[in-house]
Design a protein around this ligand. Structure first.
Ligand SMILES: [Zn+2]
Length: 456
């Protein structure tokens, strides 16, 4: 077998043991070998050859490794340069791996250009300016400048990603204009606060950064912490001096950050701007808990926020509809608003009556969507129905009303109350039994006869 190195095949060799390319074990094999290089460097330091770089005489840095990217750090002395060469050559001999000196670079910080030239010649590598990238982060530039840290999560990138997310969310709608029906702030609110629970990636990035605080609090002994302590001076009366890094100051024994990881931290960020739960929040919670397809949950969410493209909303947004066109398609005597279309309309009330009779619900007093939904839900307490089950009837009804309305508006399809009631019952059966092992043998006929016995 022979391999290609920079375009030309090497000498042939016999294969004994090995891993195929793409084998998940191969990175570990590489890490094992790279560890040998770190050991060689440490040994050389121990015997006083390799002169590592000391930070405030508190800790020394000699080698930083990330996968195949290695950074060796030391004093600008001939003794150190020689030790470097010995370590690298030993590594080549021991491991059988060759070091690509064309890709290796020597960087001098506060050393004379003459020395740097000579050292680079001795090591047969190139010279690099003192501003370079390591793991995508500029090294040697001012750490107090925001621009230095911007590769970590530039605000611009966050904005672009958010735009992509937002267009994806609203792009697949039937409307010609891609209206973003709920502002991104609303979309990223937690579900129990009336949002869609999509992560605000800016906040999530902050939460990820917070993970570092958490690691400090855990008494981490890793090198990045030792270096930080050496540079920043460490703890000051339990307060970490992070101001220089742009991370806000935090008390070491503040209870909350001991207990969380990234997710908890993210929740913490989200918790602060939102007050105690309101009546609407209860309704949102019930929707998200209901055993129904996500599409229907999103429909209910938009309905409760009054963000469905009903005709009054379209007119409010400046989309032209003539007077005749703005009427409720069911009664033709009232402007189409969400509360009217889904509850107040006298035609729609006939649909609700049928469904209420079917489930044994004798009467209701609320007419606005959220209180109406909650009143309907209060039934479940009387009948000891599993929470999340009753929303099925209410949402199946509103969903069928919406589909019927759309079929009429966009495709001129005729409608009648009887068909709507049947569709609602059928849908409620599908949702109540679908994917549920206990009820999977429940036929539509059984469910139709007695829906309650399948909800307890
Ligand atoms: Zn009407």
């Amino acid at each position: 077998m022979s391999v290609m190195v920079n375009g030309s095949p090497t000498k042939e060799f016999g294969v004994k043991k090995g891993l195929r390319q793409g084998n998940p074990l191969s990175p570990f094999l590489f890490v094992l070998v790279a560890e040998a290089l770190a050991r060689l460097v440490r040994k050389s330091s121990e015997i006083g050859e390799f002169e590592n770089f000391e930070i405030n005489r508190r800790c020394g840095v000699d080698i930083l490794q990330f996968a195949d990217d290695t950074l060796l750090v030391g004093k600008g002395s001939w003794k150190h340069v020689k030790a470097l060469k010995i370590v690298l050559r030993s590594f080549e001999l021991v491991s059988g791996l060759g070091i690509n000196f064309h890709k290796s670079k020597l960087i001098g910080i506060n050393v004379s250009p003459l020395f740097l030239d000579a050292a680079a010649y001795y090591l047969s590598c190139k010279i690099e300016s003192s501003n370079f990238l390591f793991l995508g982060i500029p090294i040697g530039s001012n750490p107090r400048k925001e621009a230095t840290w911007s590769p970590l999560m530039p605000t611009k990138v966050a904005k672009v990603v958010t735009t992509i997310q937002s267009n994806f969310l609203w792009g697949g709608e039937e409307e010609k204009k891609k209206i973003h029906w709920v502002g991104w702030k609303g979309v990223t609110r937690p579900q129990e606060k009336g949002g869609l629970g999509i992560k605000n990636i800016g906040d999530f990035n902050l939460a990820l950064l917070n993970k570092w605080r958490w690691r400090i609090a855990q008494g981490n002994k890793s090198m990045w912490l030792e270096v930080s302590v050496a540079v920043m001076g460490g703890w000051l009366e339990g307060v970490w001096k992070w101001g220089d890094l742009g991370i806000s100051v935090v008390g070491r024994d503040a209870d909350f950050f001991f207990s969380f990881g990234v997710e908890g931290s993210f929740r913490e960020f989200r918790r602060i701007p939102f007050g105690p739960p309101a009546k609407g929040d209860v309704a949102f919670n019930l929707i998200w808990k209901a055993d129904i397809p996500f599409k229907i949950k999103a429909f209910g969410w938009r309905l409760f926020l009054n963000r469905l493209p009903t005709k009054d909303v379209l007119m409010y947004r400046g989309i032209n509809l003539n007077h005749a066109n703005s009427m409720c398609i069911f009664c033709n005597s009232h402007v189409e608003e969400a509360d009217h279309l889904f509850s107040k309309c006298f035609v729609i009330k006939l649909v609700w009556k049928e469904i209420a009779m079917w489930v044994g619900f004798l009467g209701w007093s609320e007419e606005e969507c959220i209180p109406f939904f909650l009143e309907w839900h209060s039934l479940s307490r009387v009948n000891k129905v599993k929470s999340g089950k009753l929303g099925v009837f209410w949402l199946a009804t509103t969903w069928i009303i919406w589909l019927t309305r759309n079929a009429f508006c966009f495709r001129n399809e005729v409608w009648n109350i009887n068909n709507m009631v049947w569709s609602i019952k059928f849908l409620a059966w599908r949702w109540s039994t679908f994917g549920n092992i206990t009820y999977s043998n429940c036929s539509f006929y059984d469910f139709y006869k007695d829906p309650w016995s399948y909800l307890k």
